[in-house]
Structure formats: structure tokens, C-alpha cells
Design a protein around this ligand. Structure first.
Ligand SMILES: N[C@@H](CCC(=O)N[C@@H](CS)C(=O)NCC(=O)O)C(=O)O
Length: 294
């Protein structure tokens, strides 16, 4: 059976997601970071980096190459043929050579390193470089819901996966609404939620929270990172909205009523008329927001 080697809190997440989308049997070998410079793992990936893959006699490194191999096991639409296959390779190489280096430069200086080791100028340069790429993507997605048209394919999996960490950690995608909507479509697919559950303790609740919001008429539901001090109104634009905290410290301040007390962790319900609420916890929060659309 195909083995995907590495903890889910690494680029192996991409491969777990691809395997879930393909619907193929696989084994998740949860090799931790502490083992990747030792001989047994180096025999699989001499770079000493996660992930690695083993499929019979075939051993691969490079997460996006592993994903192309996973896709090759199934047919269209996930693994398109002909010209669309060439387009999937184009977007995969664009993901690796254009999207990821720019986004990584932002990520490493925005949330990955400890605060005292971050360089604001590097983060700004990474954001500017990423915005250039997102402008290209915004134009492409203006006419189609997915990169190759009407269907989710390996191209979407490979490119969206690059943006997963930044989507989770507060990158400002709002200037690129088509990209943001596409990311949300990708990351809330059942297969993506199954893969996310392997690395996010709380993600199992997302499904139930989404259903609860929809049942109350809050049918347009989005997930957002909310840095400390940011008002929920910046996500909801004054719509009738309510939500749930998914993760993080969350303290709620109402301009009308003052300090309303705090809540932390998955399941803390944000009342209706959330525009008055803001986070004050230093780490910010991850929230699920439902907006009434009728
Ligand atoms: N281009 C490689 C990058 C692999 C990579 O950098 N993996 C990280 C984890 S996501 C790692 O193992 N870093 C440990 C190290 O560099 O020592 C891929 O996509 O597979």
C-alpha cells in the first residue's frame, strides 16, 4: 500500500489531502521531525525533509511530485487528460517556483519564527511578491470556479495547498476575493476537511458548526483568522452575522456594552450582530462566521 511518510503538520498535509481526494487506500506513517536527519529516513529522502513516499519499489520526495503520482492513479476529473494535464503541470510548477517562495518569505517572518527572530521588511517583501502572484490568480479565477474550469483537479490541490498555512495564519487575501472564495471552496471540501482533521484538533467541529449556522439561516459561512484587536466587522462588512470561535484565545468587547467577558477554544459562540466584537487575546483567534444572505 502507498505510504505517506511524515507528520501531518508538515508538507505531508498536501499529500494526505491529495490521497483523500483521489480516494485511494494509503498508510499514514507519522514520522516526526526529530527522525528526519537519521539514516532510516535519509534512505527515503536524502534531503532530510518531510514528506517522503513509498509505493512498492517507487520511493519519492518532493510533496508536489508525490501528489502528481497520487493523481496518476485515478482518472479525470481529479487527474485530467490531454491539454488539461499540461495545464495541471503548469500550475503545479507555478505553485513550486512562483507561489511558494514568495508566500514562504512572508510566512517565515509573519508567523513561523518566534517574534524576536522575525524581520518586518522581509515579511513586507514576501507579501508584495505574493500579491503580484495573487493578482495573476485573481484574473484567472474571474471566469471559472477552479483552475481548469468547472471541476476540482490536482492543479487546485497543489496550488491551494501552498496557501494553506497563510490562509490559516492571517494573510490578507481580502484584496483578491476570487482567490479567497476559491481557497474556501478548496479547503472545505470533504476530502480537505478529512486531511485537515489530521493536523487541526478542532476541525472536526467545523462541520457541525457550519450545519448549525446554516440551520439558523446563516447560509454563507466563511473561516477567518482574526489577529488581536481586529474587529469582526472587517470580515462581515456589517452583514447580519454570527459565528463560532474555532481556536485561540478570544476576548469579546462590545462598543455598546463594554467588556462582555472572554471565551477560548473551539465552540465559544459569538452572538448575533457580531460587528461590535473584537479579539483582544495576543494570539488572535480563528473564527467561523455565518452571514444571513436573505
Ligand atoms: N520542496 C520540499 C520541501 C520539504 C520541506 O522543506 N519540508 C519541511 C517540512 S514542511 C522540513 O522537513 N523541514 C525540515 C528541515 O528543513 O530540516 C517539498 O515540497 O517536499
Amino acid at each position: 500500500m502507498l505510504k505517506l511518510i511524515g507528520v501531518a503538520r508538515s508538507r505531508n498535509f498536501r499529500c494526505l489531502w491529495a490521497a483523500e481526494e483521489a480516494g485511494i487506500p494509503y498508510e499514514h506513517v507519522q514520522t516526526p521531525f526529530t527522525d528526519i536527519k537519521a539514516a532510516p529516513f535519509l534512505a527515503l529522502n536524502p534531503n532530510g525533509k518531510l514528506p517522503a513516499m513509498q509505493d512498492g519499489d517507487l520511493v519519492l520526495f518532493e510533496s508536489l511530485a508525490i501528489n502528481l503520482h497520487i493523481a496518476s492513479k485515478v482518472g479525470a476529473p481529479f487527474n485530467p487528460a490531454g491539454d488539461d494535464h499540461a495545464r495541471a503541470l503548469q500550475w503545479t510548477l507555478w505553485a513550486a517556483t512562483e507561489a511558494e517562495p514568495a508566500m514562504f518569505q512572508w510566512g517565515i517572518h509573519a508567523y513561523m519564527r518566534p517574534p524576536e527572530q522575525r524581520d518586518a521588511a522581509q515579511a513586507a517583501a514576501g507579501k508584495a511578491a505574493t500579491d503580484d502572484r495573487l493578482a495573476v490568480l485573481e484574473g484567472h479565477l474571474a471566469q471559472r470556479p477552479y483552475l481548469l474550469g468547472e471541476s476540482f483537479t490536482i492543479a487546485d490541490c497543489n496550488l491551494a495547498a501552498i496557501y494553506y498555512g497563510s490562509w490559516m495564519n492571517g494573510f490578507e487575501f481580502q484584496r483578491f476575493p476570487k482567490v479567497l472564495a476559491w481557497l474556501e471552496r478548496c479547503f472545505t471540501r470533504p476530502a480537505a476537511l478529512r486531511a485537515r482533521r489530521l493536523r487541526e484538533d478542532w476541525v472536526g467541529d467545523v462541520v457541525a458548526f457550519r450545519e448549525a449556522l446554516a440551520a439558523e439561516g446563516y447560509t454563507e459561512v466563511v473561516e477567518r483568522s482574526q489577529p488581536a484587536g481586529m474587529k469582526l466587522a472587517e470580515h462581515t462588512h456589517g452583514w447580519d452575522a454570527r459565528g463560532f470561535v474555532l481556536a485561540g484565545e478570544f476576548r469579546v468587547i462590545s462598543q455598546a456594552c463594554g467588556d462582555q467577558g472572554g471565551g477560548a477554544g473551539a465552540g465559544f459562540a459569538l452572538p448575533a450582530n457580531t460587528p461590535h466584537y473584537e479579539t483582544t487575546g495576543a494570539a488572535g483567534a480563528r473564527v467561523l462566521i455565518g452571514r444571513r444572505t436573505q
